[in-house]
Design a protein around this ligand. Structure first.
Ligand code: DAK
Length: 257
């Protein structure tokens, strides 16, 4: 079922799964302000959907997931406009990171600059042999602006993150897999299918437990292990208020009888 009418997005929802396609292939899905605002609106809309468990984000066309922030739009920005732009992008990417849905990036080509940062804000990344990753901002005279210096470092470690951020060079899917930037490399024509299969493996689990698990991992990453363990303990306790916990444990015991 296709929902909502956007200029730069296609949103398709099938029960507990939604697929959001960034649809600006003529500019390799580069993120301009209007696109980012649509993305924010779509994410806010999806966040309210209590049935939804997993969101897959991908790019339209053959070549790119997202080739970065729109360089044409950025070129003439004043420092204040650049700040507003960074705030807008960061608010969108935080919505993804903090979302109570699991978000999978199906990276179908270039994921550069803001595109790589978009993938980094997602929970799990799948790539194809054609995917290329990089943070080329330094070559354009800017720093990464949508969280790349932070999320990339957390994911692949400071040494590898700095190499990517300071050289601005691109890496292929295999190297991205090797350094832990992507979870899996699949063949191009299977990307969405693989993303769906992964989504199904998550969806079969208890919705509350899935939500709390994502939050606990993120909380610990931000606040450190002590706080993270505290959060985990409370999440675990909260699960015992849910019907799912009782039903699922009962089903396990019944099956084993
Ligand atoms: N922005 C705007 N248009 C883009 C674009 C981009 N990032 N990437 C590609 N396009 C457009 C091209 O201009 C071209 O348009 P037409 O000429 O056809 O009108 C069309 O997409 C096809 O691109 P190419 O002809 O270049 O295609 P190729 O296959 O030859 O090359 C490429 C593909 C991905 C290698 C190349 O397009 C490329 O290098 N693109 C730029 C990649 C890049 O540098 N990305 C990083 C952008 S910087 C911040 C906020 C955000 C950010 C930073 C700071 N603050 C406010 C602090 C984020 C920055 C970035 O993401």
């Amino acid at each position: 079922m296709v929902i909502l009418d956007y200029k730069y997005l296609e949103l398709d929802k099938e029960g507990k799964l939604a697929i959001l396609k960034i649809n600006r292939p003529e500019a390799l899905n580069a993120l301009n302000k209007e696109l980012l605002k649509e993305l924010r609106e779509a994410l806010e809309f999806l966040e309210e959907d209590n049935e939804l468990m997993v969101l897959i984000i991908t790019g339209a066309g053959e070549k790119a997931f997202v080739a970065g922030a729109d360089i044409g739009e950025m070129k003439g920005m004043s420092p204040l406009e650049a700040r507003e732009f960074a705030k807008l992008g960061n608010s969108v990417f935080s919505l993804i990171e903090k979302s109570n849905k699991v978000v999978i990036a199906a990276v179908n080509g270039y994921a550069l600059g803001g595109g790589n940062e978009l993938a980094l804000a997602c929970d799990i990344r799948l790539a194809t042999q054609k995917s290329r990753f990089g943070q080329p901002e330094v070559g354009l005279g800017i720093t990464a602006g949508f969280g790349g210096t932070q999320r990339l470092t957390k994911l692949v470690g400071a040494g590898r993150a700095k190499e990517l951020l300071l050289t601005g060079e691109l890496i292929g899917a295999e190297e991205a897999f090797r350094i832990g930037l992507v979870n899996k490399v699949v063949s191009g024509d299977q990307l969405l299918e693989e993303a769906r299969k992964l989504a199904e493996r998550i969806i079969k689990n208890d919705p509350l437990a899935v939500k709390l698990t994502k939050s606990a991992v993120n909380f610990g990453l931000e606040e450190g292990i002590e706080q993270g363990l505290f959060f985990e303990t409370n999440s675990f306790a909260l699960c015992f208020s849910s019907e799912g916990q009782r039903r699922r444990m009962e089903a396990f015991l019944e099956k084993n009888k």
